[in-house]
Every structure is written in structure tokens, then in C-alpha cells.
Design a protein around this ligand. Structure first.
Ligand code: ADP
Length: 260
């Protein structure tokens, strides 16, 4: 069996300490932050450190409790029960990550209720079974706060069931370390990319549904490292993925051309 390499993760603040305490106390955690700000990478890293399996469930508006908990399947003349990913994680003591939990259907949130308090129990209503969570089971969810358009809100009654951690985009200094650490990009170019990102992030008037994330900067740095001219790299990995509006595309490209 090949050994799993430690995921590269650059510490941003006190996230490792907070996560460790939450895991020791077996309390669920909500990671709040925009897309591409390092939440998944952080969890991969923590799961590696804590030697636990990470099960990620990407929620969307079709995600229902059945997708998480499990379903009956017909196999020939038999009907067999198949555990869903949440049930797997609860039984074996994994870190279960509900990415973009607010997007899921309301019955999903009902299904996790009894797992988020002292009971740590999962009810499988279709089987009339109660599963007590393994001591190592940890529930983590992520949520993209409402300051960006197009994302659903999370009900206060659900939010209060989780400890919360902030995952904003990192400071320029840390983001520079991430870009260089992840892609080996030249420091001068890395700093220019970050300067560009922060300029765009501070311009809500551009009307972008989402702004330039660390993920997009990493993609751009990879393209430049692979030999694409920086302006074309930015267009391909940052500008076109962010918008279809011709004026905004032109404006984003012009600003980039002034920087690199
Ligand atoms: P999210 O889950 O918040 O949408 P990801 O964890 O997938 O975002 O982060 C996107 C990419 O940004 C990662 O694949 C990684 O390349 C980079 N990244 C972001 N933050 C960090 C960090 N602190 N350390 C290392 N890489 C990071």
C-alpha cells in the first residue's frame, strides 16, 4: 500500500488549536468562509494529523437525508440496506465534512440534529435503527456567509448547534507563502498576483458573485509556472471563470495588465 503524503497546509491563525479542542470535546464545527479559502485543504491536513478518515459530502439543492443516511436497494429478488456516507462515518469514527451545508434540503439538517448535541446519535428512520456515534466521529460543515450573492442562508437554530471558525482569504503574507509553497512560483510574480487579487476583492462595484479566491490564484500560478504568458494565464484561470459579462471581463483584464 502506498503511503499517503502529508497534505501541504499553511497555518493561517489559531485554526489547528481550535479544531483540536473541538475534536477532543466531540463538538461539531462550522467553517465559515468563501469558496476556495482553504477549508477543504485544512480538513485534509487535520484528518491526516489525527489519523482519521475524511468523508466529504458536497451538498447541493438536491441533497436529501437519504443521500447522507442511506437507502434500500433492490438487488434481484432481495432488498438490501446500504449505509450512506454519513452513516459510514458515524459508525467508523471518521471526520464527516458537509461542504456547503446550507445548500442541502431541510430534511438533511433535521437528520443531523441528534448528532450535533450530547446524544451523538443518528436515527435511521427507514430502518427504525439508532446508531450511536463512534467516539472519534466528528461532524464538520462549511457555510459561505451571505455577503456573496446566490448563496443560501443557514437558520440560526442550525448555526447554534455548531462551534464556528472563520476562514477568510489569508493575509497577503500568508497567501504568498501558500502560492509559493503550492506551485513554486517566483516570489515577485506571486506578490503581483496577490496584489491583483486584493484589488479586485476590494471592489464590490464589479458585481462579481464570487471574487478571486486563493484557489484561483493557485491555478493561475500553476499556468504561469507551466509557461503560459501571465495575462493569458489570468484570463484562463481567473477572469473567465469569474464572469461572463464582457465589460467586467475587459475591466478585470485591463487591471491585470497594469500589474503584470
Ligand atoms: P475551500 O474548501 O475553502 O473551497 P480549498 O481548501 O479547496 O478551498 O482551497 C483551494 C486551494 O487553495 C487548495 O487546493 C490549495 O491549493 C490552496 N490553499 C488555500 N489555503 C491554503 C492553505 N492555508 N495552505 C495550503 N494551501 C491552501
Amino acid at each position: 500500500m502506498s503511503e499517503i503524503k502529508e497534505p501541504y497546509y499553511e497555518t493561517v491563525g489559531k485554526e489547528i488549536e481550535i479544531f483540536q479542542v473541538a475534536a477532543d470535546l466531540r463538538l461539531p464545527l462550522l467553517l465559515k468562509g468563501p469558496t476556495g479559502s482553504g477549508k477543504s485543504r485544512f480538513l485534509e491536513y487535520m484528518a491526516f494529523r489525527m489519523k482519521r478518515r475524511l468523508i466529504t459530502i458536497l451538498c447541493n439543492d438536491e441533497t436529501s437525508s437519504v443521500d447522507l443516511v442511506g437507502r434500500y436497494l433492490v438487488k434481484g429478488s432481495d432488498t438490501i440496506w446500504q449505509d450512506g456516507p454519513l452513516t459510514h462515518g458515524v459508525r467508523e469514527g471518521a471526520i464527516v465534512y458537509l461542504d456547503e451545508v446550507a445548500e442541502a434540503r431541510p430534511d438533511t439538517l433535521v437528520a443531523i440534529h441528534s448528532l450535533t448535541d450530547h446524544r451523538r446519535i443518528l436515527y435511521i428512520d427507514r430502518k427504525n435503527e439508532e446508531v450511536s456515534a463512534h467516539p472519534d466521529f466528528l461532524l464538520v460543515a462549511s457555510f459561505n456567509p451571505g455577503y456573496q450573492r446566490g448563496f443560501k442562508e443557514l437558520k440560526p437554530s442550525t448555526r447554534q448547534r455548531f462551534l464556528s471558525m472563520d476562514f477568510p482569504y489569508p493575509s497577503p503574507k500568508v497567501e504568498n507563502k501558500i502560492l509559493m509553497g503550492e506551485t513554486n512560483i517566483d516570489e515577485k510574480i506571486s506578490k503581483r498576483l496577490i496584489e491583483y487579487a486584493n484589488m479586485v476583492r476590494n471592489k464590490p462595484e464589479l458585481g462579481l458573485a464570487e471574487t478571486i479566491s486563493t484557489r484561483l490564484l493557485v491555478s493561475c500560478a500553476f499556468l504561469i509556472r507551466s509557461g503560459l504568458p501571465p495575462r493569458l494565464a489570468a484570463r484562463t484561470s481567473i477572469i473567465l471563470p469569474l464572469t461572463d459579462d464582457p465589460d467586467t471581463i475587459a475591466s478585470l483584464q485591463d487591471s491585470f495588465n497594469l500589474i503584470l
